[in-house]
Design a protein around this ligand. Structure first.
Ligand code: TRP
Length: 498
């Protein structure tokens, strides 16, 4: 018998954990910018189509498969066919690499919670972030020093992950998600309310939502929508498979997927209003055109927001605490899902106790994070993120459709999960996961590959580009190698899954 890894105590707990994984930094600092860049209000059309055509059907596929196979990603695929097991390793390995720098960004948000008191970033948040905070060096091979403040914060992030995962599914992941997610919602609702009531907020909100329908003819806009949905729902990482395997045997699949997918997008949309409200206020109070203040990701959270906070007429410290606190919580609830997915794989394959697996994963993860705490950390983060995410996750998505929708068979999974779901899916779902999604993801991988070859990423030296490619290929090979190792508990593989 395999280890009993635990079960979710309630459906609400599962949904909070699934939404917790989905709602992360991407919802707060990426969605609104991607929308703004790709047609504003008109972007909601491809975005909604992507949610319905890729997001929710793949969520159904992952949740259904995990529930039916009752195992981590590795075990679920191995039970399908040993030849496919490597896919159940590749996905969590890609997530593990993502984890090594995702935790560093969460660490920065903790640093910024502390900086919020008295706005330590001073009058030039840009210089503060890149200089004093990151100690950014002149280039990727100029490693510089480990930044002590960042190191401490990153250690703390891994420690929090360690403690939550150590406690197991019900009193760890589930309990944390049940506290984190409602809290996150309240905090972000406050940020949004404040954002849209600032003077000039509407300049920003209009920019975010004014539709430019001509963009809909541009294939890149559609690809951006697919990418955003795919990343935002944490698809292709083995996370949803793992979480679903902790559901009681006869649980709803289809409705849970809809709730998770719609909840995640609703959250993104709400935050988008707040973010653009704040940006509109900045344009208003500095007199700059809105185009000049709009940014995304790191620049948005750690430069633009501190600038806006400096300008605010009141409650500056409180607003700052709430914003960075919310970022930290959004990040943490996603990171625990990544750690859990890897831990779950290790427990199944190597017959490890939870405490040992958590220790190994968090220990190695922390060591892996170290490179990102140096003065060259941001360069490594940018480069490795690019190579890890650009192809990894989408390729996993395609292979996942091959394994589950073709080898296992979509119709079989559908007939199995429809009766136990609140409502079922029709045959249309089979066609989507068998043909439409592999085609769309394939198209998106090909077009990124063409862009990549035409213009290597980010102007890094050739040696760094080669390192990026090597890492990407190595991850597959590691997945293959672990996938072909023997199981410590062979019996686990043949366990009845009905
Ligand atoms: N969905 C997360 C976000 O929007 C990021 C993410 C992508 C993720 N894949 C993941 C988080 C896998 C946890 C697990 O920020």
């Amino acid at each position: 018998m395999g280890k009993n890894k635990g079960e979710f105590g309630s459906r609400f707990g599962f949904i909070m954990a699934a939404i917790g994984s989905a709602v992360g930094l991407g919802n707060i600092w990426r969605f609104s910018y991607v929308a703004y860049e790709n047609g504003g209000g008109a972007f909601l059309i491809p975005y909604f189509v992507a949610l319905l055509v890729i997001g929710i059907p793949l969520l159904i596929l992952e949740i259904g498969f995990g529930l039916r196979q009752r195992g981590s990603a590795a075990l679920s695929y191995a039970r399908l066919n040993r030849k496919w097991e490597w896919l159940g390793w590749w996905a969590p390995i890609v997530s593990f690499v993502l984890m090594t720098y995702y935790t560093v960004i969460i660490g920065w948000t903790l640093n910024y919670v502390v900086y919020s008191f008295g706005q330590s970033w001073g009058s030039d948040p840009d210089a503060f972030f890149y200089g004093k905070h990151l100690g950014l060096t002149s280039g990727i091979w100029d490693i510089g020093n480990i930044q002590l403040g960042v190191l401490i914060a990153v250690f703390l992030v891994w420690a929090i992950n360690f403690i939550i995962i150590y406690k197991g599914v019900q009193s760890g992941v589930e309990k944390a998600s049940k506290i984190f997610m409602p809290l996150l919602f309240v905090l972000m609702a406050l940020v949004t309310l404040r954002g849209i009531t600032l003077p000039g907020a509407m300049i920003g909100v209009n920019k975010f939502l004014t539709p430019d329908f001509s963009k809909l003819a541009d294939a890149r806009v559609w690809l951006a929508a697919f990418g955003q949905i795919f990343f935002s729902l944490s698809l292709g990482f083995g996370v949803m498979i793992t979480y679903a395997s902790y559901l009681p045997k006869k649980s709803d699949v289809v409705n849970n997927a809809f709730i998770t997918g719609l909840g995640n997008s609703a959250f993104s949309f709400m935050v988008g209003l707040g973010v653009f409200g704040v940006l509109g206020y900045m344009a208003h109070s500095t007199g700059l055109p809105i185009e000049n203040v709009v940014t995304q990701s790191i620049g948005l959270a750690f430069v633009a927001f501190p600038q806006a906070i400096n300008l605010m007429p009141g409650f500056n410290t409180l607003f700052s605490l709430i914003f960075f606190g919310a970022l930290a919580i959004a990040g943490l609830s996603s990171s625990i899902s990544l750690v859990e997915a890897v831990v779950s794989n290790m427990m199944d394959k190597f017959n490890m106790e939870r405490n040992k697996a958590v220790f190994v994963v968090c220990g190695i993860g922390f060591l892996g994070s170290l490179i990102f705490t140096t003065g060259a950390g941001l360069y490594f983060l940018d480069l490795i993120d690019h190579f890890n995410m650009q192809f990894g996750a989408a390729l996993v998505g395609i292979l996942e459709c091959a394994a589950i929708a073709w080898v296992f068979k979509a119709s079989k999974l559908r007939q199995w999960m429809n009766p136990i779901s609140d409502f079922g899916v029709g045959r249309w779902w089979d066609s989507i996961v068998r043909y439409v999604i592999p085609f769309l993801l394939g198209y998106s991988v090909l077009s990124s590959a063409i862009t990549e070859l035409a213009e290597p990423y980010g102007g890094y030296p050739l040696s760094a580009q080669i390192m990026g490619w090597l890492i990407a290929v190595m991850l597959i090979l590691i997945g293959k190698a672990i996938g072909s190792m023997n199981w410590s508990d062979q019996q686990l593989l043949c366990q009845e899954v009905e």
